[in-house]
Design a protein around this ligand. Structure first.
Ligand SMILES: [Zn+2]
Length: 436
């Protein structure tokens, strides 16, 4: 077989050679075109950075990252658990107003600061969520060896402070842009907020939105271009309850839900598309010597693919039904039953920014100009909503380093945060187009 193939190649030799020459020429043309276009866009970022007004904004960032860190500490120390973002929002409103933005708070609770461009019909939205996952936590910021420690300091104290810093840098630079730049501290990103803040923003700006950048957490190393779909479901089981001794044998909702959780957590979760689940909160029962009459559990399901998410939701429902059946069968009292119910707490749609999107091109050009290395990522963020509607969107970090997100040991290291601020500054101005 090998000899035959070789012979075939020999007989078509001339043809192959001619085609190779053609292919090489085409490749050369594409290579030259790609080099020129990469250089052209790179040049446009470098000439933007040399624009005296832009340069003064960049210089402000270099000299004032301490001011940004101060805002981050003050914002973080105002508690803002989900559905209680108003106080932090009021503070952010004052910060935005002091930078010269035209600020309002919409009926959802979003703090919206506008910097008008010459074309009011084209809008670049920079959004950072106000809310945290820590109801009742001590949010005082501790400084430990150059690091800041507090729940919510990175997620999303870093993002909110970055918006304040960008608004201030733009105001100091006195740059005029074609598109309007909107800064928004939005509500309802975490937990059961179901992205209600960004949903309201995307709805109100509608077709005027040219691009959305969600600024979430620290780092400059990622560009989140894919929004992971998620569903958050509360499973509840109720029953007759009773005395632990005299009513022994009545079905126990806590035992039933535990059986269901064990069954569900033994299912295989897909790697492709990547999927995950988390049993996050369990509540129920009144005392150690009472058979509980109610229990509930909150479960978070995520996947890159909506169909896989539906499969996981079905598996959860079946596992819980099986758990109830197990608990109420056998030696338990046949006169009692358990009621099982499901409640959808939130659903986030999936979405993906196309690889050839001009938004992605702008970010890559700015990264190349700054010498910043970044990779594409998938996550569940405010960007899910615009992405699911076909509006160009990404989630980016605010710069600096951080860790322990969604834990009480969350930390943020502001050293080097200027890179993240300059990156966002140049991206916003490239997208909004600077007026001569
Ligand atoms: Zn976040």
């Amino acid at each position: 077989m090998i000899v035959q193939e070789y012979t075939l190649l020999r007989t078509g030799d001339k043809l192959v050679r001619t085609n190779l020459v053609k292919l090489a020429r085409i490749c050369c043309i594409f290579l030259v075109m790609a080099t020129f276009s990469a250089r052209a866009t790179e040049d446009s970022v470098s000439s933007l950075a040399q624009n005296p007004r832009c340069a003064s904004g960049l210089e402000w960032i270099d000299k004032n990252s301490g001011w940004v860190t101060d805002q981050q500490i003050r914002l973080t120390e105002i508690p803002a658990p989900e559905f209680n973002e108003a106080r932090r929002g009021e503070f952010l409103k004052d910060v935005f107003e002091a930078t010269g933005l035209k600020v309002r708070i919409d009926e959802t609770g979003n703090v919206i600061g506008e910097r008008a461009g010459t074309d009011p019909n084209r809008v670049i939205l920079l959004a950072a969520h106000l809310d945290t996952v820590f109801p009742g936590a001590d949010v005082r910021v501790r400084r430990v060896a150059g690091r800041l420690e507090a729940p919510g300091i990175s997620d999303n104290g870093a993002g909110l402070a970055a918006l304040a810093g960008l608004a201030r840098a733009l105001s100091e630079s006195r740059i005029r842009t074609t598109k309007t730049i909107v800064f928004a501290g939005d509500v309802g990103e975490e937990g059961e907020g179901n992205l209600r803040g960004i949903r309201a923003l995307v709805e109100s700006y509608g077709p005027r939105l040219a691009a959305v950048i969600a600024v979430d957490g620290p780092s400059t190393e990622h560009i989140t271009t894919q929004g992971i779909a998620s569903r958050r479901i509360e499973v509840s089981i109720t029953g007759p309850g009773g005395h632990s001794w005299s009513d022994f044998g009545a079905p126990n909702p806590i035992t039933a839900i535990s059986r269901g959780i064990v069954q569900f957590s033994s299912i295989r979760v897909s790697d492709h598309p990547r999927s995950s689940y988390n049993v996050g909160v369990i509540e129920g029962g009144t005392s150690v010597n009472s058979i509980p009459s109610r229990v509930s559990v909150k479960v978070d399901l995520r996947s890159e693919d909506e169909a896989e998410l539906s499969r996981m939701e079905l598996a959860l429902r079946q596992a819980m039904q099986a758990g109830v059946k197990e608990e109420t069968s056998g030696w338990h009292s046949p006169n009692h039953s358990l009621q099982l119910s499901f409640r959808l707490l939130g659903a986030r749609p999936a979405g993906k920014l196309p690889d050839d999107s001009s938004l992605l091109q702008v970010i890559r050009d700015v990264d190349r100009y700054l010498g910043n290395h970044s990779r594409l990522e998938r996550s569940s963020t405010d960007a899910n909503i615009p992405l699911s509607l076909g509006t160009p969107a990404v989630a980016l970090g605010a710069g600096g380093r951080g860790g322990g997100s969604h834990t009480p040991n969350e930390w943020y290291d502001p050293s080097g945060r200027e890179l993240g601020l300059k990156r966002l500054f140049l991206i916003a101005l490239s997208l909004a187009t600077v007026q001569p």
